[in-house]
Design a protein around this ligand. Structure first.
Ligand code: PLP
Length: 396
């Protein structure tokens, strides 16, 4: 086994080949972006293919566009797919930054292992992410868009033509970059509906902790019902006790006064593998433990919707927020459970109050370069001038 593994090529970012587009597209303005549900991607994609015999191909940066798959490709039948979601932030100092990409790279490896997709060195993936952003950032997120971001989606799919249910023998890793709307400031704050009694998002022994596509499509049926009834997302509860797990693609936090009078920032634990180990979640906990330790205790343990209702009734419920890359830190203003509303304090029109606002401010300062922090690293951008000389195709 060991010698076999040694003979296959590892993923190697230093081999990256560049084949720039000959048909660069126009950067959409804000109006076009808000008028479409289609994700607009940048000029280029990075791809690396894998097969069980030879390992990873040389990674390639090439024009964004469709790829061809056989109708029998394993990802289309058995959901051999896992992904990551990150953002690249244009700082107020003009620099482009990414946030804790090492965590996302390791998490993609974990997800790939869960769905029998190939392994790779996460450091190499991280280098590829940086390489793509260093090419795309300057054009697609110019300095005039300080305070804005691009969304980055590394993905792995099984590509072998195989209708037998078996470990994929061929796969494709690719990274795309596109625009995503800001979602962290819904008017009046976010409103959650608890899941229907006959549905769960994940279960003990399942794969809710992995970012595999199979977790997301099936959850949309419940989400549509939430939309119809005027809510933003589902709050997924688990078990007969109604343990709070996650709010769709975000981790769920509550700040309350415990019965012993101590202030607590609480979120669901990782050990039963029901929830995703969010990078934003981890960062909130780390910051709270480092900077708020005199004010509150940050805990990862089970807590129920009943405890939230009780805290609300006793005036101990202080704040709640959803945390994730896509939604960033979004205050939750209301949870509807079994016919009753739980109202949660927010700032004016659903803006963050106290603790939520401070944590959001700290993270935003790192991402947008108002404060230097080891979690937010600058992406060295390729000089457009050099492109012009070397490849006059990219810019006219
Ligand atoms: C991606 C995701 C999150 C958020 O994770 P981040 O690393 O903070 O972006 C939370 N829950 C689920 C189910 C997710 O898919």
């Amino acid at each position: 086994m060991g010698s076999h593994m040694d003979s296959v090529r590892p993923l190697d970012a230093s081999q990256l080949r560049y084949a720039y587009t000959t048909a660069p597209r126009e950067v959409p303005d804000a109006k076009i972006l808000t008028g479409t549900h289609k994700t607009i991607c940048t000029d280029h994609i990075i791809v690396a293919s894998w097969n069980v015999e030879s390992g990873w191909s040389v990674p390639e940066l090439k024009p964004y566009g469709p790829f061809s798959l056989l109708p029998s490709a394993s990802c289309l039948h058995y959901a051999y797919e896992c992904f990551e979601g990150l953002k690249a932030y244009r700082g107020h100092d003009g620099k482009l930054r990414m946030f804790r990409t090492d965590c996302n790279s390791r998490r993609l490896l974990m997800s790939a292992e869960r769905i029998s997709l190939p392994q790779f060195d996460p450091d190499e993936l991280e280098k590829l992410i940086y390489a793509l952003l260093s090419v795309e950032g300057t054009k697609w997120l110019p300095k005039s868009r300080a305070g804005d971001f691009l969304y980055v989606r590394p993905t792995i799919i099984g590509t072998d033509s195989q209708l037998g249910v078996a470990r994929p023998t061929e796969a494709l890793l690719y990274i795309i970059v596109g625009y995503m709307a800001r979602m962290d400031t819904p008017a009046g704050g976010k409103r959650l509906l608890t899941n229907p009694d006959d549905m769960v998002r994940s279960w003990v022994g399942g794969f809710g902790y992995a970012k595999v596509g199979a977790n997301y499509g099936p959850s949309v049926l419940a989400t549509q019902e939430a939309y119809r009834r005027g809510y933003h997302q589902i709050l997924w509860l688990y078990g007969p006790e109604g343990n709070c797990t996650e709010a769709c693609g975000s981790n769920f936090f509550v700040i309350w006064k415990r019965k012993d009078g101590k202030k607590e920032l609480i979120t669901a634990p990782l050990d039963d593998q029901l929830i995703l180990n969010g990078v934003t979640r981890r960062s909130c906990l780390d910051l709270a433990r480092e900077r708020l330790k005199d004010e509150l205790e940050a805990t990862e343990r089970k807590f129920t919707i009943g405890e939230i209702q009780e805290a609300a009734a006793e005036g101990r419920l202080l704040e709640s927020f959803a945390a994730g890359t896509a939604w960033f830190i979004t205050p939750i203003a209301m949870i509807h459970h079994h016919g009753k509303d739980i109202n949660i304090p927010t700032g004016p029109d659903g803006t963050p109050t106290e603790i939520t606002g401070r944590i959001k401010g700290w993270l935003g300062d790192m991402m947008y370069g108002r404060v230097e922090h080891e979690w937010a690293r600058v992406v060295p951008e390729k000089e457009l001038k050099n492109f012009k000389i070397k490849r006059d195709i990219l810019y006219h």
